[in-house]
Design a protein around this ligand. Structure first.
Ligand code: SGN
Ligand code: CA
Length: 535
């Protein structure tokens, strides 16, 4: 079957017409695509880093060990909806029609689950959806999705039958529903594709009851630029995503109103905590009581700086605790595959819809093309085809997933897809891989006030242009300034590199057929009011 697959990989690379069906490999792989929401690469221990020992992810790491870890994995637009649309279609947002949250994704366009189903797969999606009300237009044999952003506790589940609340912790429920589908519900005469989309570790970071105290006594390292002053970076100075200034003390940081109290402070979305049953609520309050009492008793004597550091620890404790249940979920999936002899022929992917800030620049959230949110973790195993312990350093992007899955499944890649199949890269046979990436963030004006921007990144440098309500360029030499603190756009030593990268942006915009900026601005005026998010 390896030989057949080799022939296939040549065929799919040839300029074959759209959707031409080609001979299937002898045994087509199953695909389990696990994607969490807002999981920073720094919070996956397979990547090493300063949290690897304090908050390990042993099960996600198993995937990397059994297969491949992508060390330079990036998104096209660091936001939930646009990432999902890019991942499904293999296209940038300006081609798949989805540039900012709140748009409605057209599921009838070519996307990998649809093409798999057309070619004999059985397909399902379970978990967060967020690109439309339902998977309309998508070819899923089965689907169970969360409502909009989804809730951590006792969530609303949407199915063909309508909406119903189910009691439990969402991450665990996604695991149960997914394994139940693989084990009981799917058509076992066909290869399967399961899209498993977690809500965690998305804001407001509510851990499972068994994990609320997991990191109670852990002190996490504080990023050196936690108290960034944003000098030389105009857009960064205008955002509203600071942990110590913009995070809600109740909703986000679970701070209570006083010693002995259980009521959250500022909470503009009280429906989330209100979902807990009295029993869950009691357990929840108990878990936070001692820490909150300590904070409330001492707050008056703390400086702003001390409070900002306290908030950082609270944020990290909860964010990382929600990841623990995601990691357990991955373990359950891998164990199930092993126990059922499905490991060898199943592709298992773990990734996130984008990266996230864990206090770098003082932030939570994402959106910026700076490293922490531009990067996304990506590990993948497929024992029949990928050598265990593989590490890929080339620049990959979430538009590459669709072509990769299609090629592994022996399905021709539609020529309109803009990503590249990573299959040859994974077997070490691609010497022609891209050397630069294009990025474009559109969601402004909107919450967190991150300006629109686009840019290019290669192995060493990054050039960004913030536009719309400003006209600001930023340039970073990542080898010298990996935390992007020093905007070197006016540094004469880099004049040649900047010129070269400006031309590279033009080349990429032509390659990806990005419409001229003026068209975006016109389209924006027509679609008033400005994009809004559910709040
Ligand atoms: C919610 C969050 C925001 C987040 C957006 C987009 N607020 O609105 O902080 O930026 O989602 O996130 S929350 O407190 O209501 O969770 S995305 O991952 O869906 O793009
Ligand atoms: Ca997200």
């Amino acid at each position: 079957s390896l030989m057949v697959a080799g022939v296939l990989s040549q065929l799919t690379h040839a300029t074959s017409p759209d959707l031409t069906r080609i001979e299937q490999p002898l045994q087509r792989p199953n695909i389990i695509y696990i994607m969490s929401d807002d999981h920073a690469q720094r919070a996956v221990s397979a990547y090493g880093g300063d949290l690897a020992e304090l908050a390990p992810t042993p099960n996600i790491d198993r995937i990397a060990r059994n297969g491949v870890r992508f060390d330079s994995s990036f998104v096209t637009n660091s936001l939930c909806g646009p990432s999902r649309a890019a991942m499904f279609t293999g296209k940038f947002g300006h081609k798949n029609g989805f540039n900012y949250n709140g748009q409605l994704f057209d599921g009838t366009q070519d996307n990998w689950p649809n093409l798999l189903q057309d070619n004999g797969y059985t397909t399902t999606v379970i978990g967060k959806w967020h690109i439309n009300l339902t998977p309309e237009g998508f070819k899923f044999d089965h689907w169970e999705i969360l409502n909009d952003q989804g809730e951590y506790y006792n969530p609303d589940w949407i199915t063909k039958e309508g909406v119903k609340i189910e009691m439990g912790y969402t991450t665990d429920m996604i695991t149960e529903k997914s394994l139940n589908w693989i084990d009981q519900q799917r058509d076992k005469s066909k290869p399967f594709a399961l899209v498993m989309h977690h809500k965690a570790p998305h804001r407001n970071w509510m851990p499972a009851p068994r994990h609320t105290r997991l990191f109670e006594h852990v002190e996490f390292p504080v990023p050196e630029n936690y108290f960034d002053d944003y000098e030389g970076r105009v857009a960064a100075s205008m955002q509203t995503m600071n942990i110590y200034r913009d995070a809600q003390e109740g909703h986000d940081l679970k701070m209570t109103t006083g010693v002995g109290k259980t009521q959250w402070r500022e909470d503009i979305w009280p429906h989330l905590l209100a979902r807990l049953t009295p029993e869950q609520r009691r357990e929840w309050d108990e878990a936070y009581q001692a820490r909150n009492d300590h904070m409330n008793a001492n707050e008056a004597s703390w400086s702003d700086r001390e409070m900002a550091l306290w908030k950082y620890q609270r944020y990290m404790q909860d964010y990382l605790a929600t990841i623990r249940s995601v990691d357990e979920s991955v373990g359950d999936v891998l164990d199930y595959l092993e126990a059922n002899d499905l490991t060898d022929n199943t592709i298992v992917v773990y990734t996130s819809d984008q990266g996230f800030y864990m206090g770098e620049h003082g932030w939570f959230d994402k959106r910026f093309m700076y490293e922490e949110s531009f990067r996304t973790p990506l590990v993948m195993q497929y024992p029949a085809r990928i050598k265990p312990g593989t590490v890929v350093n080339e620049l990959v992007q979430n538009i590459d997933y669709a072509p990769t899955f299609l090629e592994y499944a022996g399905i021709a890649i539609p020529s309109a897809m803009q990503g590249e199949s990573m299959v040859d890269l994974l077997s070490g046979n691609d010497n022609n891989w891209r050397t630069s990436l294009y990025y474009h963030f559109y969601e402004y004006p909107a919450m967190h006030d991150v300006s629109r921007h686009y840019g290019v990144r290669d192995n060493r440098y990054k050039l960004m242009h913030f536009y719309y309500q400003m006209d600001e360029w930023e340039f970073y030499d990542l080898s010298r300034d990996p935390t992007e603190m020093n905007n070197a756009i006016n540094d004469p030593r880099y004049a040649d590199e900047i010129k070269r990268l400006k031309a590279e942006i033009k080349r990429l915009e032509a390659k990806y057929d990005v419409p001229p900026m003026v068209e975006w601005l016109d389209a924006d005026l027509e679609r008033k009011p400005a994009p809004t998010l559910r709040e």
